[in-house]
Design a protein around this ligand. Structure first.
Ligand code: MRU
Length: 369
């Protein structure tokens, strides 16, 4: 997508430095647009853990690029394959919930098995990482194409009145390599001339909605309004939301969805108000091993300072301020699970399906057990 008129992805191999990976530093947005170079697996791990990159697809693509750095580093070891696997495990341990991370690492490790000499394995790792990033962008674009008729159909009933979509967190292009999952149908609808308006949940504690989704939508000229996390239920009760679309960090083969904390509450409110609640995802976000999302998906708990402190712009400087009673304990669960029964449908690169084992199997017969 465009930033100041120039096309960017969230992660890429810089042309002038064959031993580096470039990322957009999302910690600085929307106040500054900075590009960071990663030169080691440790750099890649830190970027994922500190959330310089975040969002399931982007974490996966960054991990894949990190595996290219791992492939270079493994050349220093006697047992190349063992070193590569060890570095991959290090990357996998950075964040537990988004399944794209382990998926991408395993895919690069598997691809390198086709090479004989370490130099050949390095080239394979680089090519595989680039393919993962390209696929991620293409899948998200297709999610947009499949989501567009859904928006068109509901919007037709509104006779040209603004079409209100509520989204939570950032499942936009910053959370992938391009286009985004939840935002792809929104961008497609906006470009098709449908008068979309997006309610953007601010998404405490890190405010990915207020900071990242709002920045993305503003760059694309999509009308939007940032709301506090607790406003969604009220808007739904008053007919001000036509559709909810969120992303997901891990989806079971039965259709349970782990997404940013607070998603479950939005799904409950949508159900109570008869509002369609769709989840958009590329197939790399399915976990084909897990049946029961509430019991089996690992939920990341992050540091308490994210709850205690809010960061923002004050007098042209980014500053952090304490907002909780000093000394009070805090807890920071980063994700929750929305059971499949609350999800109207899944928008994937292969089409839209019911959030159920049977529905998913129709689109992904080979992957489903
Ligand atoms: O903690 P984050 O920012 O990595 O969380 C990920 C998210 O932004 C959301 O949960 C998103 O809706 C799904 S990621 C495509």
């Amino acid at each position: 997508m465009k930033v100041n008129g120039k096309d960017y992805r969230t992660v890429w191999f810089p042309e002038d430095d064959t031993r580096a990976v470039a990322i957009i530093d999302q910690r600085k947005l929307p106040f500054a647009f900075d590009i960071l170079l990663l030169r080691s697996v440790d750099d890649a791990c830190a970027a994922i853990q500190d959330m310089a990159v975040r969002g399931a697809g982007c974490i996966g693509a960054t991990a894949a690029h990190g595996m290219y750095l791992a492939a270079l580093e493994a050349c220093e070891s006697r047992d190349y394959h063992a070193a590569l696997v060890r570095l991959g495990e290090k990357l996998k341990a950075t964040r537990p919930t988004a399944v794209n991370l382990q998926w991408a690492v395993d895919r690069v490790v598997k691809a390198t098995r086709n090479g004989r000499m370490p130099t050949e394995k390095v080239s394979i790792a680089r090519a595989e990482a680039a393919t993962i990033a390209d696929e991620d962008a293409a899948w998200c674009r297709r999610i947009g194409e499949h989501g567009l008729p859904l928006i068109e159909a509901i919007s037709r009933k509104k006779n040209g009145a603004p079409f209100n979509i509520l989204t939570h967190c950032n499942a936009g292009w910053l959370a992938f390599t391009d286009w985004g999952s939840a935002t792809a149908p929104i961008y497609a609808a906006h470009r098709a001339g449908i008068p979309v308006h997006v309610w953007v949940d601010e998404t405490r504690p890190r405010n990915q909605g207020a900071r990242l989704t709002a920045w993305e939508l503003a760059n694309e000229g999509v009308p939007h309004t940032v709301i506090v996390d607790n406003a969604g239920g009220h808007l739904m009760q008053h007919g001000m939301v036509d559709l909810v679309i969120t992303g997901t960090d891990r989806t079971t083969y039965t259709g349970d969805v782990a997404n940013k904390i607070g998603t479950y509450l939005k799904a409950l409110a949508a159900k109570d108000n008869g509002i369609p609640f769709y989840v958009a995802l590329p197939s790399s976000t399915f976990d084909w091993e897990i049946r029961d999302g509430v019991r089996e998906i690992p939920i990341e708990e992050r540091g308490g300072e994210e709850v205690r402190v809010v960061e923002g712009l004050a007098e042209a400087e980014v500053r952090a301020v304490d907002i909780a009673n000093p000394g009070s304990p805090v807890a920071n669960y980063a994700f929750d699970v929305t059971p499949a029964r609350l999800v109207t449908g899944l928008i994937t690169e292969r089409g839209i399906c019911a959030a159920s084992e049977e529905g998913i199997a129709v689109l992904f017969p080979r992957e489903t057990r």
